[in-house]
Design a protein around this ligand. Sequence first.
Ligand code: C2O
Length: 600
Amino acid sequence: MAFFSLPSSTHPIHPAQVRSSSLKPLIYSSSPGFFSHAFRPTRVTNHKTHAEASTCKAQNADHHQNPSTDDSISSSKSNSSKTSAGQFERRDVLLGLGGLYGATTLGTKQSSLALPVSPDISNCTDARETPNGIPINCCPPSAASYSDYTPSAREVYTRMPAHTVSHDYVKKYSSAIAKMKNLSLSDPRNFYQQANVHCVYCDEGYSQSGFPDKKLDVHSSWLFFPWHRWFLYFFERICKNLLDDDTFTLPFWQWDDSSGMQIPPMFNDSKLSLYNCIRNPKHLPPKVVDLAYKGTDSGIDPKTQIQYNCCTMYTQMITHSSAPPLFFGHPLLGGGDPDPGAGSIETEPHNNVHDWVGDPSEPNNEDMGVLYSAGRDPIFYAHHANVDRMWYIYNNVLKRKNIEDPDWLNSSFIFFNEAGRPVRVTVKDSTNLAKLGYTYPDLPLSWLDRKPKARRKGLNLTKVSAPKASEVLPIKLEKPISFVVERPKKSRSGQEKAEAEEVLKIKGIEFDKGETVVFDVFVNEDDTSKCNPCKAESLGSFHTLAHGHGKKSTTSRSFAISEVLEELGADDFDSILVILVPRRGVVTIGGVEITFVPKP
Ligand code: C2O
């Protein structure tokens, strides 16, 4: 079969990663010594009483074990001391030139000296610690050099909805996953090593190249869409390679359509390698997914749930995606703190679907409900193919633009290709699907006309007795709070609205990353119990997924409100009433502001 050839030259590590004797010409080694720490089992299975589930989970846990040797621990340590010196030098220079740290706001960069982000794969550390104190190591096989990779597909193949594909296709995909699971654990194409690649990029296993004290996380920023597109791209190519079938494409879980709002059958058949028993047993088919899931079942009937899901899709894809930074997420620049803020789809429904599939009787809602283990569930790849399809729809159906900032376009990641070799890819090369050799079918979108309606129009609640935001914030969110936010500009013209989106930004959201945190946000609403996702007063949620225990995160969440205020008949009001309702986890809210984000 014909795969695109790699450029023959390999680059040394990024110049900022000053290294000496440890620079080897290796690609990846089959020796188990490349796992840098002893792996300890991360599963607690004995709390399960269901015998079958225990057996299933015990088998799964076996697959999750990584080999280890002691010598790799020392080599990893020596690497880190070698890298630090040179990297600190560069950072100091950059700081001296004006400083980069935290220099971003939504869609604008305060520093002219910005840098695209790239990972330092030469030094991988324990990704995090679980709440029960067991360190998790998900470092994939190490690699000292990589090739640059530019996609240039000759053919374009279409990914299909997981619930509509043929029996033969399912058998084929299942055999690809079986083959991946059967590869040696030291092979980076092994299914569980692929899951590790996701873990290491989400649980801060790598630092940012040039900034050894700044960790990299590909969630909660504008890196989310391109990183996951590339991750699936190589996962799909590994499948093509193992199947010896260039025409093979990944399926997508079409949770945005009423016909696809259940776990697709292929992932619920215990005879297939696509099966995983570590899922919420209450959410198996025919249960309808709750795209706004907050950790407890709402108990509403399936028909209403489907309607709410369509409203959630409209809100996230249309309302809250009206400008690129709102859809993609906030900028993460080299040297910046991870998690500047997720985009609309990442927050909801991406995080909710993870959470909904995970098994709450596991210590951390494994597998899907916590990012370190999410990639161990084959449904992850179908979930993310649909997330990726939302980017396709954003471009091709909604005709909305990508970010044009060179720091986004030039950010880069390193993956293992279908030959198990490390390759570096850029965000820029992820934006053209034809070059990547796949596309999505143009299916009807049942949520396009599901614009939430005002529960009550023209109600000016700011006249009632709510305090100003500055009188309330910052606050630890322990009970629902309401406050009034002044609008810098009201009654904007159609032209002004077409040029810039009015955005409510909740800032300084602080929490422990090891915990899933959820709070709801409403505008001009005084009885949130009467509100639902099909009401315009419901802006949506702040929703994180646990990853990186013991690490504090400070992030933000932005909601587009131009269309909402129009629908609420509040366009001419001087201010809005904001209500925050805590749902899960411990969280502090730092502040709030209304800004205007340009629409390109
Ligand atoms: Cu990297 Cu769905 O998460």
